[in-house]
Ligand binder design. Structure first.
Ligand code: GLN
Length: 547
């Protein structure tokens, strides 16, 4: 059975709990243990799939088709362990399960209460798959004291109480604010936060303290004394230049050692940190810089495209260049010449997106990239826009568009080169969907295979012809336009195994122009960059030498 590490936060939100959890996961792996990371979120949405990316950041999609919190992306990027549906849960989902059971009569007419019914549901979730790994790391979203979080805190308290002694460790992340006027780090908020935890029956074993300044020994001792943890279990978390420094930084501060000590694992296996040393070295010692324009809609909040930003960084690391990604709002091109904005970039990326707003600008960006031989990577909607651009400007279909936009406006304006898919094959069964099904349940989601054409650029990049990548979309490029488009030079170089769904297009006579229906960014890791991002940045690097 797994050992459990519960990670909670206090004082303020956005302290980097997800990053601390992910880094700890990586460090435990470096010591030879297997891990799985989980996120328990107190919000009432049933899943993050329908939450606005402006508010909540990107929706991270797993192989098994779950739409999850972006923290699961961090977990994967640091541990390489593919997250699953069962690695993310919200209060909404828990309550919905409980209410479903109540409707079914599973509780035999009993009064349904937070304790035990909701807490039991949470505990059952935590137990899933516990025989598979050495350590299960469960991060509780929000901060201690939040009303929504209480059932989760109660559930992990009970959980630890029910396990054999020494099977669970609590790690609490807080902030030590710095008062410039007196030049002091203040420990009081942390003391209060720990008190709050203790009042609900949880005594943290490890305190991770975010701080902008070195924590003096005296303050560390004070924290240990007042918060009832060992001084060596007070771990400093300083601001880092790169998130990928986190494993080494936490190791230096003794986090993994403190955790293993708390479990009584002695002697602790020695860590093998060469992977992270290499990652840090590549991040901090680039030999050049490339500038990539990301033409999209959700430009206000970088978290809305977290995985893309990270995958670009990984591509840069593979090529030993720093990637300077700049976000350009595609709506600007409605009134302004794209060339004025896109000149000077070494590559253009059009990411995924939903809805018509801003799409004409994305089409113009694709046209600019095609005509000017600028490397272009179109992801999902970015691929669809590249195909529409080709259809309109080269294949004699001036009204080409996506059914998505007609559906949105309720008018029939476009030739549906991109159409709504109602039925498709997953593995060995057929999935059918209606457009007006429940929101969130209507997409082609999760990992699907694609077969690449021999001799294509993508086959060369992937070093093979069978790939599997993650999807999240409702619409598809219509294969019936394939001949027309291929005659213009747009090669359909990747197809679904049944040959029906175009997965990849590339321009034959272009240095690097690839559109993919899937999201290659979701599987990219700093130590194993996604092949498409690695090669996209290589092409950008080449471009930077030309201009
Ligand atoms: N809106 C498009 C679709 O649903 C593209 C989705 C995406 O880019 N993830 O097919």
């Amino acid at each position: 059975m797994a050992r459990y590490i519960f990670i909670t936060g206090g004082v303020v939100s956005s302290l980097g709990k997800g990053l601390a959890s992910a880094a700890l996961g990586a460090l435990l792996q470096a010591r030879g243990f297997s891990v799985r990371l989980r996120k328990l979120d107190p919000y009432l949405n049933v899943d993050p799939g329908t939450m606005s990316p402006f508010e909540h950041g990107e929706v991270f999609v797993t192989d098994d088709g779950a739409e999850t919190d972006l923290d699961l992306g961090h977990y994967e990027r640091f541990t390489g362990v593919a997250a699953r549906k069962t690695d993310s849960i919200s209060s909404g989902r828990i309550y919905s399960n409980v209410l479903e059971k109540e409707r079914r009569g599973d509780y035999l007419g009993k009064t349904i209460q937070v304790i035990p019914h909701v807490t039991n549901e949470i505990k059952d979730f935590i137990h899933i798959g516990e025989d598979e790994v050495d350590f299960m790391l469960c991060e509780i979203g929000g901060t201690v004291g939040d009303i929504e979080g209480l059932p989760f805190f109660e559930a992990i308290r009970q959980f630890a109480h029910e396990q054999p002694r020494g099977q669970c460790v609590f790690m609490h992340l807080t902030l030590l604010p710095f008062l410039a006027a007196s030049g002091e780090l203040k420990t009081k908020p942390t003391q209060h936060s720990v008190k709050e935890l203790q009042s609900i029956g949880i005594a943290p074993d490890i305190l991770v303290c975010r701080s902008e300044h070195p924590i003096p020994e005296k303050e560390r001792e004070k924290l240990a004394l007042f918060c009832n943890v060992r001084p060596e279990s007070v771990i400093a978390a300083y601001d880092l230049k790169s998130i990928y420094d986190a494993p080494l930084a936490y190791h230096k501060e003794g986090l993994d050692q403190a955790v293993l000590d708390a479990f009584g694992i002695t002697p602790a296996p020695r860590p093998k940190l060469d992977v992270w040393e290499d990652v840090s070295d590549r991040i901090h010692n680039p030999e050049g810089e490339v500038k990539v324009a990301i033409v999209g809609k959700y430009t206000q909040l970088e978290d809305a495209y977290k995985s893309i930003a990270e995958a670009l960084t990984h591509g840069g690391m593979a090529n030993r260049v720093r990637v300077k990604a700049e976000w350009i709002d595609s709506e600007i091109f409605d009134s302004e010449d794209p060339a004025a904005h896109l000149q000077g970039y070494h590559a253009i990326l059009v990411p995924g997106g939903f809805g018509e707003r801003g799409t004409e600008g994305k089409i113009k960006a694709a046209q600019f990239a095609r005509e000017r031989n600028v490397p272009y990577l179109g992801i999902c909607l970015g691929m669809q826009m590249a195909v529409i651009e080709a259809a309109r400007n080269l294949a004699g279909l001036p009204d080409a568009g996506s059914e998505e936009f007609d559906h949105e406006s309720g008018k029939k304006r476009f030739t549906p080169v991109v159409y709504h898919l109602k039925e498709w094959v997953q593995g060995n069964h057929t999935v059918a969907r209606k457009l007006d099904d429940d929101k969130g349940g209507t997409m082609r989601l999760g990992a699907y295979s694609a077969v690449l054409s021999e001799g294509s650029k993508v086959a060369e990049i992937y070093e093979g012809v069978d790939i599997e990548e993650r999807h999240r979309h409702r619409y598809e490029v219509d294969n019936k336009y394939r001949d027309k488009l291929e005659k213009c030079g747009l090669v359909f170089s990747g197809m679904s195994p049944d040959g029906r769904l175009p997965e990849i297009v590339e321009w034959k006579n272009h240095p690097w122009f690839i559109g993919v229906q899937f999201h290659p960014e979701l599987k990219s890791k700093p130590f194993a960059p996604a092949p498409l991002f690695r090669d996209f940045i290589r092409a950008a690097k080449e471009m930077s030498r030309l201009v």
